[in-house]
Design a protein around this ligand. Sequence first.
Ligand code: SF4
Length: 527
Amino acid sequence: MKKQPGIFNDVIGPVMRGPSSSHTAASWRAAKMSMDILNEPLKKAIIEFDKNGAWAPNYREQGTTVGIDGGLLGIEMTDDRMKFTEKVAQEMEVSINYEISSFKTNHVNTVRINLESINGNQIQVLAVSLGGGSVEVREINGFEVSMCGDYYELLIFNKKSDPFPENLKSIFPSNKTINESFNDDKRLINVKFSKEISNKALQKLKETIIFDKLLIVHPVLPVISGNEIELPFSSVESMLNYAEEKNLDLAAIGLLYEKCQSGLDEVEVVTKMNYIVDIIENSIKTGLAGTKYEDRILPQQSHLIDKAHKKGKILKNSIINKIIENVSAIMESKSAMEVVVANPTAGSCGVVGGVLRAVADHIDATKDELIQAYFATGIIGAYFAQGPGFSAEEHGCQVECGASAGMAAAGIVQLFGGTARQAVDAASMAIQNMIGLVCDPIADRVEAPCLGKNVSAAVNALSSATMSCAGYNALIPLNEVIETVSTVSSQMPTCVKCTGKGGLAITKTACMIKEKLNTNKAHLVSN
Ligand code: SF4
């Protein structure tokens, strides 16, 4: 069974710069964890992508290099220097090279990170991106591991013949799990913790065990795992029954879900959501104020809606205008490497933020009501994450714009004052409308047709929420709709799953746009 996803760890977030959460944020996290494993200043890195994987054809255009560079160089994802990581690497005299090669992996989004420190020590880390910024380190120097960045990880390297440190449990009674892995005559012991490991306990361990190397890998996710409290429901239907029995709306259920998942109290969870909402609101303002970035297909367009409105060229005072404007503004911020919230992914980051802002303005909702709506979106995303997850490379755009449409529909019902069941039905309807949506970004940039898909997902969310609140029948329950997304995904060809090998991406015009952009980029890099 899949681990229960958290709203902040797996759905709303990461807070990031860059075009793609699965490329930029996940690779940043993998690189950051790799630097803890190297545990010395970096001199040289060789980053490999498998020739048969989804990252090989577009790793540069979709921002994987930016993410890896940033993580290796210690640049935070929100830092302005993420816009020019190659320059920072040069200044720090760190060499980072990217190669397409061939290695064993069972995941389309795999990266092999080879690092050499200034002292000549070398490590090799194999990591996979699971969609929406989630990452899993699966191998360290040939040892099998499973590290998702949600724990403090103690790594003890020694020989297979060395005695197993039986005192691990007594020194660290708060450890969550202890795993052993072997590579020839060597052993790796991985101990997971939900709290920072104290120097005193670490010192005691060092004095009493035989080891070759001992390291700590710090968490990279916003919520540390291992503090979960049991949820009072275990499926969409039991959640709805619970909501009805307790007379709770979907926002209250979402808040309860995240409290149980994180072990944090209500104030901490609401404060985290408040921070997220502020960043999303700011990305709308930044987009509307005007953005620029060299390696980009579309110019600023979000300001055109207001202009057209003032000239009477489009409908007067339509909420649709506001939705298009807000969604475009967020997407433009993303394309300009400004700070956005992947929600649930960077490619689909315009949907929830854009439409919730428009609806909140239309009905004069308060900030607190807006925050509540985000909790309603979050729990829909959490159920989606338990299903296919958010990797377009595995499932196409139905798990980016499709998922975000479902989340947004539930959030709008919450703003309308609807019930938990109406919100879940609205999510079901919105996702039904986007099943089978392909991922075919033009020139491998997450701009077009992504913008149009974000706008249509947002409008779809509003119509689905309206229909649900008016009493329309969703017919197919949300859990069955989410299962269908996975089924349809298995029937979709790989060429329309973010590979740049199908759909609009291979039209004559798209090929010309790509050639022009790549020539410009080569020119920029050489200058
Ligand atoms: S088409 Fe959809 S899934 Fe693909 S990059 Fe664009 S927004 Fe993401």
